[in-house]
Design a protein around this ligand. Structure first.
Ligand SMILES: [Zn+2]
Length: 689
């Protein structure tokens, strides 16, 4: 649940220094100075009025969002570093002329194929023709169901990466069973939308209405480019079908409720509970045949889609599948398709001004297909054992601090506290890289076949996931690659992953001071730990079973604090008329409050309770809070900010920086007074932990 990240990943462009904050950043990786970034601070702003504006205001003024991006900030800058490093490793692999079949050779061939745009242009539609032919050959509903099944991939992840979107009609997530965390089970999730969420189809404000027309034009354009006759009329029918799918979808907020997702269905239940689709054919096509049970995450969405599979004309479904097959592969089709991918998805939908360089797109593609193979190289080169040792010590301190906060809670019953402590003790915290690497020997990567390579890699990944269905749960299983700039809580495994690539400044400086590290990565660690104990974490016990281990009184207190925090965020209005959704972002906001509080305690405890030394003109406590706010550096184009507010479980970073107003120690550190905009009376500060 709940990756810590903020916005879409668009990666590196080490352009002119002017639009690359890392270029003039004192504590960039490899630099010799450490600590806060003083040039980011705007001393004309009062910390008590706008803490983000104070800590990051000068950075905001000086920074332009690079034209190939829709957002920019601390995470994006780190992603540039990670992406550049991954690119160097991947290009390095290409220079080695490694033996066929080795991981190095697979990395090299995958990358070179993706980079060869001339080769892609020359082949035209030939590489995708087998897929289009298979769709054209469908002539009855069972053939349709089998084909829909064959498009299913492991491209959704409900609780770890909280990715609920797949343009395929369904997505599968393989994870421990709610009822028995020792066994894996397949979770089936609703999908089928080209736009990010049902709201994009159902909202009727002018911006969304315009976007809907632009999406219909995009569908028509893709079909036209592929030489499909009658593209305009078909696009209209495809859009109408997607709109019906959207109407059947469960909302994002409801999708986050695990109790609504706890629906074990036997294979035979599907025909009764979700009539319409030929489920036997679907299970054959998707490789799920023979599973004793499947967890249906959104019964309303799944049954609604199933009804449409029966009721909508076969030809419309075939047009829909044709469009989605093409749309999925736009980046590995000839130039007019790639241009259209940029024009619609990057420009119209995200406000990005300029296409990303091909090498960046290709690096991302290799990272997606062969993530652990690249990760192994990344860790060898960039994550030395001393960095791991330092972060391990911090994690131990923050865990202890969290345990002490549990002990001190006035509202939690002793029985619940004992179970919370048990959960804390059994928490697996993965640092840097997984204990076991993915084996890619079964994945075929061929030179000159970017589209087929991509499809094979997605299918390989899906089959690896299905293979877990017959194996015991491995609680140390990772859900992110080491070169990913992020961190994640895995509720069904009672585990956390902190990839090597986030363990860098401004989050973590292995040669820097602990104070800034506690304000940076320490808060992230506390944030992720707290997810194990929040509204969702309280639903999963120490072993990952879906068991509520709180008393009703504990839950009532938590709900009361939560509601007050939701109201605090509901009041924020990042765009005129568009407020943050305090409930959509509640879990993340609670985690920010808890993470900041626990990491503050851990920093003080590491110094025997004393405040840390002053440096760079700031007191120890100021350094801690400023370091936190500097990790929240962020700018977004209006469209991207709007998308984020509507669909992302995380509040936009500038409002995350305002978390400080709930922590008592922040007030004396910056002499924050009543009447200042962020001031909260002690009784109004939300303390959950
Ligand atoms: Zn989170």
């Amino acid at each position: 649940m709940r990756d810590v990240k903020l916005a879409s990943l668009c990666s590196a462009l080490l352009l002119a220094a002017a639009c690359n904050p890392l270029a003039n950043k004192a504590n960039a990786p490899g630099a010799t100075t450490h600590g806060l970034e003083l040039s980011a601070i705007d001393r004309s702003v009062k910390p008590g009025d706008d803490f983000f504006g104070y800590a990051d205001g000068a950075w905001v003024k000086a920074t332009q969002i690079p034209p190939d991006r829709s957002t920019y900030g601390a995470f994006a800058a780190l992603r540039e570093v990670a992406s550049k490093r991954a690119a160097d490793l991947i290009k390095g692999a290409a220079d080695q002329n490694a033996a066929p079949g080795t991981e190095t050779r697979k990395i090299a061939d995958y990358y070179a194929s993706y980079m060869d745009e001339a080769g892609i242009d020359k082949k035209g539609l030939a590489p995708i023709k087998p897929q289009l032919d298979a769709i054209a050959a469908v002539n009855d509903r069972s053939g349709l169901a089998r084909l829909i099944g064959s498009t299913v991939r492991a491209d959704v992840d409900a609780l770890n990466n909280t990715n609920f979107h797949t343009p395929n009609l369904f997505g599968v997530w393989v994870s421990p069973d709610f009822a028995d965390a020792n066994r894996n089970v397949a979770y089936l999730m609703q999908g089928g939308l080209g736009l990010p969420d049902r709201d994009f189809y159902l909202k009727t404000d002018p911006k969304m209405t315009a976007l809907q027309a632009q999406y219909r034009a995009h569908i028509a354009k893709v079909l036209q480019l592929a030489g499909v006759a009658d593209a305009e009329a078909k696009a209209q029918r495809i859009y109408t079908l997607e709109r019906k799918i959207a109407e059947s979808h469960v909302s994002r907020a409801d999708s986050e409720d695990v109790h609504k997702a706890n629906n074990p269905w036997a294979a035979a239940d599907f025909a009764k509970k979700a009539p319409g689709m030929d489920w036997t054919s679907f299970f054959q096509g998707s490789g799920l045949a023979g599973q004793p049970k499947i967890m249906v995450w959104q019964p309303k969405g799944v049954s609604g889609i199933s009804r449409l599979v029966a009721s909508e004309p076969l030809d419309v479904w075939k047009d829909y599948l044709t469009f989605h097959a093409l749309d999925h592969d736009l980046n590995v089709l000839p130039k007019p398709f790639r241009d259209e991918a940029f024009a619609f998805y990057d420009q119209t939908l995200s406000g990005q001004a300029k296409p990303r360089d091909r090498w960046k797109v290709s690096v991302d593609a290799v990272n997606t297909a062969l993530g652990d193979a690249v990760g192994k190289l990344y860790v060898e080169k960039y994550f030395p054992p001393e960095a791991k040792a330092k972060i391990q010590a911090m994690v131990a301190n923050i865990k202890d601090a969290f345990g002490r906060r549990i002990d001190r809670l006035g509202w939690m019953s002793p029985a619940t506290k004992a179970r919370a402590k048990e959960k804390l003790a059994t928490l697996y915290i993965g640092l840097g890289y997984p204990e076991k690497w993915q084996d890619y020997s079964g994945l075929e990567v061929a030179s000159g076949e970017p589209l087929a390579n991509r499809d094979r890699a997605e299918l390989f990944n899906y089959r690896q996931m299905l293979a877990r269905l017959s194996k015991p749960v491995d609680r140390s299983q990772w859900w992110m690659t080491p070169q990913t700039v992020n961190a994640v809580n895995l509720p069904l495994q009672n585990a956390l992953n902190f990839p090597a690539a986030i363990l860098l400044p401004p989050f973590f400086d292995k040669d820097g001071s602990d104070i800034e590290n506690y304000g940076g990565i320490g808060v992230v660690i506390g944030h992720e730990i707290s997810h194990s104990f929040d509204d969702q974490g309280s639903q999963f016990d120490a072993y990952g079973n879906l068991v509520n281990w709180w008393t009703p009184r504990d839950a009532a207190h938590f709900k009361d604090s939560s509601e007050r925090l939701a109201r605090q965020y509901d009041a924020y209005e990042p765009l005129p008329g568009l407020h943050i959704n305090g409930h959509l972002t509640l879990s993340e906001n609670i985690a920010d409050v808890a993470g900041l509080s626990a990491s503050y305690d851990a920093y003080r405890a590491s110094l025997g309770g004393k405040e840390g030394p002053a440096a760079q003109g700031f007191t120890g406590d100021q350094r801690f809070f400023l370091s936190f706010a500097q990790t929240q550096r962020y700018k977004a184009r209006e469209q991207a900010l709007r998308n984020q507010i509507l669909t992302d479980g995380h509040s936009p970073s500038p409002w995350r920086a305002a978390t400080v107003r709930n922590v008592d120690a922040w007030y004396p550190a910056f002499q924050v007074q009543p009447g200042q905009k962020l001031y909260l009376a002690p009784a109004d500060r939300v303390r959950v932990w």
